[in-house]
Ligand binder design. Structure first.
Ligand code: FAD
Length: 429
């Protein structure tokens, strides 16, 4: 990266203090830019935030990080997040409410693991795994995105995966991870995530997912962070805040959701569809028949995942209590229904689950993504002074958001470098 040495032309406004905006700001700051972050809400972290309620740490939406995420590792020391790891693999809750563990093989593969695979999967399934293996075992998970765009369902059927495994394992897994009940998520994304799952465990920081943005924000030094400041419009020279204030800049990075981008800039042609989800939290004093495993539900229910959080990260619940997280697709599932399903899956009574709080998140995961890879790091309307970041630019994950922030920062640095040499693109071209 080219470090800016002069004081001219180095003011950057970053709109949005989610992981993408924070990452962009941290890289720019590290490279000598003068950064102002403008965030509409009252705290940093965007979709990755945690509330402390009556001694329970409630992530705003059940989510996990993966120790192998390459951008996360580039940005922070994983150990500094005090990671509390989930068991490898997951458990599928079948339509009859029976539970079936799905082991995640460890590398290097042992003879025992191979025999387990033989016992649990058909020859067709093993053939499919063998076809997918070269992509899964590559060193750089990002290479997954070089494959042609096709839905995971088509990819797996094309590999020869049996319908039984598709319905009984792949579909619940995709539903749990991508909120996608139809196997429509691009196969590249499924391979990217499976790749990272194979290389390291899923975890939550000991006191909640908000530790991740906090750790990134520590790298911002004395950057100016304006909370509770909503940006209403953007131009090459400034952003205008609700209330009338304008903040001038030489460059801007817009790290907000595609729907907001469209409103803010008038830019059309960007897919603004997002999947929504709800996370219902319950407290209980019962000792559950669950370990550190995430339970994923088969497709006949809106419930996607169940996890007893304190069995993974003890500080998530006060002493003597358990914290049950139940996530569901969309915004409709009632707390009653979520509790009934979870009680059944955890082999307890609904009355043993006392409702704490429910988070309903409308714009959770973008349906389509990869705008950055498709070669659109900026809007033409803005003469290469306004750059884009956000998970939709790369992929809908913590890792994708951080990567998009780094790439936007690099685009600004490159533009700054060119303008310094005198070959900047003319304004309004
Ligand atoms: C429920 C849920 C579960 C998830 N599970 C996982 C998981 O298990 N693993 C994983 O890797 N990823 C997961 N993700 C995805 C991951 O959290 C997101 O991809 C990532 O956090 C997106 O970051 P971002 O910075 O792109 O966007 P955001 O976090 O949405 O940040 C955008 C920020 O911009 C601000 N903003 C918007 N408009 C304006 C404006 N006009 N002016 C100023 N500020 C504005 C917003 O307030 C927000 O803070 C999950 C997401 C959700 C919601």
């Amino acid at each position: 990266m080219n470090t800016v040495k002069s004081n001219g032309q180095n003011r950057v406004t970053v709109v949005g203090a989610g992981l993408a905006g924070l990452a962009a700001a941290a890289y720019l700051k590290r490279n000598g830019f003068q950064v102002t972050i403008v965030e509409a809400s009252e705290r940093i972290g965007g979709l990755v935030t945690t509330d402390l309620v009556d001694g329970f740490y409630l992530d705003r939406g059940f989510q996990v990080a993966l120790k192998a995420y390459p951008e996360l590792r580039r940005m922070v020391r994983i150990d500094a997040l005090t990671p509390r790891a989930f068991a490898r693999g997951f458990e599928v809750i079948a339509p009859d409410m029976s539970r079936h563990p799905v082991e995640m093989p460890r590398r290097p593969f042992s003879r025992g693991q191979f025999l387990d695979l033989l016992a649990n999967f058909s020859v067709a399934d093993l053939g499919c795994m063998a076809k997918a293996a070269p992509r899964l075992l590559r060193h750089d998970p990002q290479t997954a995105f070089e494959m042609p765009n096709q839905p995971t369902g088509d990819y797996l059927r094309g590999c020869g995966l049996s319908e039984r495994t598709l319905e009984g394992v792949a579909r619940p897994f995709l539903k749990g991870v991508f909120l996608d009940d139809q196997l429509q998520t691009p196969a590249a994304m499924a391979i990217f995530v499976a790749h990272n799952f194979l290389r390291g465990s899923a975890f939550v920081p000991s006191t909640g997912m908000a530790e991740i943005p906090s750790l990134v924000a520590q790298q911002l030094g004395n950057s100016n962070i304006r909370l509770g400041a909503e940006v209403l419009s953007v131009s090459d020279e400034s952003v205008a805040l609700a209330g009338g204030e304008e903040i001038g800049h030489d460059y801007a990075v817009l790290a907000i959701k595609p729907g907001r981008l469209a409103t803010l800039t008038g830019e059309t042609g960007i897919d603004t569809r997002c999947r929504s989800t709800s996370t219902h939290y319950f407290a209980s004093e019962v000792d559950f028949a669950a370990g550190k495993t995430v339970l994923v539900a088969s497709s006949n229910t809106p419930v996607a995942t169940i996890a007893v959080m304190d069995l993974v990260a003890p500080s998530y619940a006060p002493k003597g209590a358990h914290l049950v997280s139940v996530s569901s697709l969309g915004m409709e599932t009632s707390d009653e229904d979520a509790a009934a399903f979870a009680a059944d899956a955890l082999r307890t009574e609904k009355a043993e689950l006392s409702h704490l709080r429910t988070y309903r998140i409308d714009e959770a995961l973008p349906v389509s993504f990869g705008e950055g890879r498709a070669g659109r790091p900026y809007f033409r309307a803005f003469s290469r002074r306004v750059y884009l970041a956000g998970d939709f630019m790369e992929n809908p994950s913590i890792d994708g958001a951080l990567r998009s922030g780094r790439l936007a920062a690099e685009a600004v640095m490159s533009a700054r470098w060119k303008s310094h040499r005198g070959d900047a693109p003319p304004r309004n071209s």
